[in-house]
Every structure is written in C-alpha cells, then in structure tokens.
Design a protein around this ligand. Structure first.
Ligand SMILES: Cc1cc2nc3c(=O)[nH]c(=O)nc-3n(C[C@H](O)[C@H](O)[C@H](O)COP(=O)(O)OP(=O)(O)OC[C@H]3O[C@@H](n4cnc5c(N)ncnc54)[C@H](O)[C@@H]3O)c2cc1C
Ligand code: SF4
Ligand code: SF4
Ligand code: SF4
Length: 490
C-alpha cells in the first residue's frame, strides 16, 4: 500500500469515526445554513464542503450547497469555525456547578442571596478585608453606586441587582490604594474581564495586584440598561423609581415590582421590547456567565429563591465549600438538563458577537401615476426559477394590518454583498387588473439590511404582488392574497 493510499484510508477512517460519534445529533446542514450562512456569518472558508461528500461550493450563490442526502451527522456544523459547539466554548471552563441558597435570614438577595452570603462568610472569617459591591443611590433612586463595604450591615444593604452599568473597577482601585489586600469583588462579566486583564497584564496595572488578592465573583448577565432609558420607560408607564421595590428579569420578562401599598400592577415587559433602553456595548458582548471569574453566580438554571453557581478554579472551590461547611450557604448539584438550559441561552449570546447592529429602514413609497388601469404581468416561471437560484434577497414579512388598512412587506439583502440600484415594485390588484402600483429604487442596499415598505389598500378581496429587480433581472417575485393575510390564525 502506498503512503498516499494509506493516508487517504486513515482520513476516511477518522471521518467515519466522527460521523458515527455525531450521528443523530441535531447539528445538521440545515442548522449550519440557518445560523451561519443565512445570517451572513460564514467566512467562506469551505471547511464544511471539504469535510462532507454531499456538500459542494455553489458558485452561483457563493455559499455551500447540498447535492445529496444529508444524514444529519453534524460534521459540517461542528467543523465550522463560526459555530460554538463545546460547553467550555459557551460558558467557559468550570470545575463544578451547583444550585445554592443563603442560610442567613438577614440576607434578602436577588435570587438565592449566595453572593452576599459568600462575602459575609469572607468578612466574618477574616478572609476578606473588604468587598466591592453595588448599592442603590438614596437620592437619585436606583442609580447604581459602587461601594467598599467592610461590615455585615453595610454588606446586607447591598444585596439585590441593579440592571444598570456600575463602575465597580474604579472602586476596586480605590480600595487597593486605601491599602486593602484581600478583596471580594462582585461584577458583571465585563467588570470581571477588566479585573482579570489588570491581574494579568504586564503593560497595565499588574503591580497594583501583586499586593492584593482578589476573589472575583462574577454575575451572569444578558444585558444592562441605561438609567435615563429606564427612567423614561417608567414615566411613559405612569410610574417612577420611587414606586419600585425590586427589578427582576425572569423567563424573558423585565419586571418592575411596585410597592404593594400602591395597589398598582407590577410593570412587566418582554426584555427584547426594551432593547432601545439597553446599553449599546451589550450588543457586542458574548459572555453570559462571567467566564473569567473565580465563582460565577446567576439565576438561570435554578428555581426561584436559588442561585446557580459555577465554580471555576481551586480557589473558588475551596472558598465555596468552606462557606457551606461554616453554615452560610446550602449547596446542591446542578442537574445536567439545567446546565444544558444555561448552555443554550449562553450560546445565543455568544453568537451575538457576530451580530452587527441590525439595520432596518422603513420606506414609504409614492404611487406611480399609472393612468388607465391595466393588466399586470407577474414574472414567468423561468424567471422565478432563475431568481431563486441567485438567492440574493429574501422576503421576511408579508403582513396586512387591518386597523390601518396597510400592507407591510419586509425584505432583506441576504446576498452578503452591497446591492446597487434595486427596483421594488408593489402592485395591488384584483383579477390581475391593477388597482394601484408603487415603485421605489434602492440606490444602495447594504448586506443584511432589512427594508420595510408600507402601502395602503382599500379592497380586502384584492391581492398584492411584490417584485424586485436589479440590472441582471428578477430577484424576487411574491404574491399575497389579502383575504388570506387577514384570516384569523388558528
Ligand atoms: C446588569 C445585570 C444583569 C444580569 N442579568 C442576568 C441574567 O441575564 N441572567 C441571570 O441568571 N442573572 C443575571 N444577573 C444576576 C442576577 O441578577 C443576580 O445578581 C445573581 O443571580 C446573584 O443573585 P444572588 O441572590 O446570589 O445575589 P445577591 O446576594 O443579591 O448579590 C448581588 C450582588 O450583585 C451586586 N450588584 C448589583 N447590581 C450590580 C451591578 N449593576 N453591577 C455589579 N454588581 C452589582 C450587589 O451589590 C450584590 O453584591 C444580572 C445581574 C446584573 C447586575
Ligand atoms: S451529511 Fe454532510 S451536510 Fe449533512 S450534517 Fe453531515 S457533514 Fe453536514
Ligand atoms: S465551514 Fe462555516 S464559515 Fe466555513 S464555509 Fe462552511 S459555513 Fe462558512
Ligand atoms: S451584557 Fe456584557 S457588556 Fe453588557 S453589562 Fe452585561 S457583561 Fe457588561
């Protein structure tokens, strides 16, 4: 057997081995297309086509294409440099995961009160000289105030979350300058990253940390909000910070808990609807679980009144186990399915690293003076097949709004390149006889920019036809019956 044949056999064997190992997983080519290719994240490295017999590079669309039966083995997905596939890629490395609760009644924590209990243990045992926590301002209500605490009463007053950036690292430096040598630090993942960088960087503040031991307690964090934004939001909803006793983010809902004596309903909104009040930096952040902390704490994965704890190193482990042995906290192992839940949520955040701020432009277009009503001629079958092959643009929404008698259509440039001089034509017609037609030329259309068009209608029995063309011809042709769009969803 020649060396070459031997090598090829070895390669095929390892491919087969991987295939059997991954077979049955859900990481199929469809998932690769949905998460990486269709979203514009693909680097065109060709690793997927290079590792699968039924994938080729489609020169027409400049993307991978399936030319045989996909077994769903998952190799292409797992091989792609832009997917997050291992647990440690997604939530960082950790030694052990718990669900935990404070055993001290004085601690009124955000979830299990574990962060405060851990710091209380450290201060009581003389392991920590002070802790850097975040309190709420007494005058500018709910404004986060990073604070150095050295006694338990002050510490207990700092429990609970403020979903607003807190400048904890500046306070940590103040504590170091004041001569504290063993400090418990609590921060969001971005805060923890700043400390970790200082602890490691020879070109930064390393000298300050030579004399100081830090216990880095990182919080889980999906995003934080601006103080001004949340203040405006409360005002728009007939409330203010004086009425708020607690803020929580649970199961995708941001809830402002109001003082019970007011007899008002709490204000609850889906977190994604508050995105305009979120800090812009958070849309570039991929760390949900404070991967650089010694101990990470959050609520995802635990029951109400408990906290999820990831212990990342020996220092964190020793500290946590000792706090449990001294009766400050109760620990239970975190079930695998809860770790999986955390992994799935963290993965969504990881992928946001690649997500450009989405551009969405709403365009109101003017009617074309068409004169006498004429027959409209939808694109022929061959043109539609040719356009589908080019796969340049996609229709993402086709919707009728009955109250305003508006037809709304959203299209996205999914070609991965900037498109010039694209013409969109929207015709409202009945029995192919034109009622009204609108036209608009998109002079420059950026990759993955979504455009939204709105046009009016009067006859609910009529239909719409949306067509997009560039210099090379038809890009998209789609019809929509108003009757169907207006029918109640089952
Ligand atoms: C901005 C933000 C976003 C979060 N998002 C999530 C999330 O998406 N999913 C999730 O599971 N958990 C999230 N958390 C963490 C969660 O709210 C709890 O802090 C965590 O579960 C610990 O609860 P506990 O009862 O053990 O902590 P506690 O004993 O109540 O202690 C909380 C500690 O956090 C400190 N703190 C409060 N606000 C801030 C702040 N802005 N910056 C730094 N430190 C602060 C407090 O001073 C206190 O030391 C977030 C926290 C913050 C601050
Ligand atoms: S058979 Fe090919 S396309 Fe399908 S999941 Fe496996 S590697 Fe991907
Ligand atoms: S492996 Fe991933 S990044 Fe590379 S070409 Fe395939 S989909 Fe694109
Ligand atoms: S989402 Fe990231 S950047 Fe935003 S507060 Fe949380 S850790 Fe910091």
């Amino acid at each position: 057997m020649t060396e070459k044949v031997k090598e090829e056999e070895q390669f095929n064997k390892s491919f087969e081995y991987l295939k059997v190992k991954l077979e049955g997983g859900k990481d199929s080519f469809g998932k690769l297309m949905k998460e990486i290719v269709d979203t514009g994240i693909c680097t065109k490295c060709s690793a997927c086509v290079g590792t699968c017999d039924v994938l080729v590079w489609d020169l027409a669309t400049d993307r991978p294409k399936l030319v045989g039966k996909c077994t769903g083995c998952g190799i292409c997905y797992n091989q792609c440099p832009r997917t997050f596939t291992s647990l440690s890629d997604i939530i960082g490395s950790f030694k052990v995961a718990y669900t935990a609760q404070s055993l001290n009644e004085k601690i009124k924590g955000q979830d299990g009160g574990v962060v405060t209990a851990l710091l209380a243990y450290g201060l009581s045992e003389g392991l920590l000289d002070c802790a850097i926590v975040t309190k709420k301002d007494k005058e500018k209500l709910w404004y986060p105030v990073p604070t150095i605490v050295t006694n338990l009463d002050d510490l207990y007053d700092s429990a609970g979350s403020v979903y607003i950036h807190s400048q904890t690292v500046n306070k940590l430096m103040e504590a170091i300058r004041a001569g504290y040598h063993s400090i418990g630090f609590v921060g969001t993942p971005c805060n923890v990253d700043a400390v970790a960088k200082m602890q490691e960087s020879t070109t930064g503040m390393l000298h300050a940390f030579m004399r100081t031991n830090i216990l880095n307690i990182g919080l889980f964090c999906m995003e934080s909000f601006t103080y001004e934004g949340l203040t405006d939001f409360l005002k728009a909803n007939g409330s203010n910070w004086d009425e708020v006793v607690k803020c929580t983010i649970e199961r995708g809902q941001f809830v402002f808990h109001l003082k019970p004596e007011l007899g008002k309903d709490n204000i609850a909104r889906k977190v994604h609807t508050l995105v305009r009040y979120a800090e812009s930096s958070c849309s570039y952040c991929g760390d949900l679980t404070s991967e650089n902390a010694d101990i990470s704490v959050g609520s995802i994965g635990s029951a109400a009144g408990w906290s999820t704890v990831l212990v990342r190193n020996n220092k964190g482990y020793q500290y946590l186990i000792d706090a449990a042995e001294k009766g400050w906290i109760k620990l239970e192992p975190l079930a695998n399915k809860k770790i999986n839940l955390l992994k799935n949520i963290a993965k969504r955040k990881k992928q946001s690293i690649y997500k450009k701020p989405e551009r969405k432009t709403v365009i109101f277009i003017t009617k074309v003076a068409t004169g006498e009503p004429k027959k409209i001629t939808p694109a022929g079958k061959e043109d539609i097949i040719a356009a589908a092959k080019r796969k340049l643009v996609k229709l993402t929404k086709s919707k009728a709004i009955p109250a305003e008698k508006i037809y709304k259509v959203d299209v996205i440039n999914s070609s991965g390149q900037t498109l010039d001089n694209v013409k969109i034509k929207i015709s409202n017609h009945k029995d192919l006889t034109e009622i009204e037609t609108w036209e608009y030329e998109i002079p420059i259309w950026y990759p993955f920019e979504e455009l939204s068009f709105e046009v009016p209608w009067t006859d609910p029995q009529s239909e719409f036809l949306v067509e997009l063309n560039d210099q090379k011809g038809l890009m998209l042709s789609r019809g929509a019956k108003l009757e169907k769009l207006l029918a109640p969803k089952e």
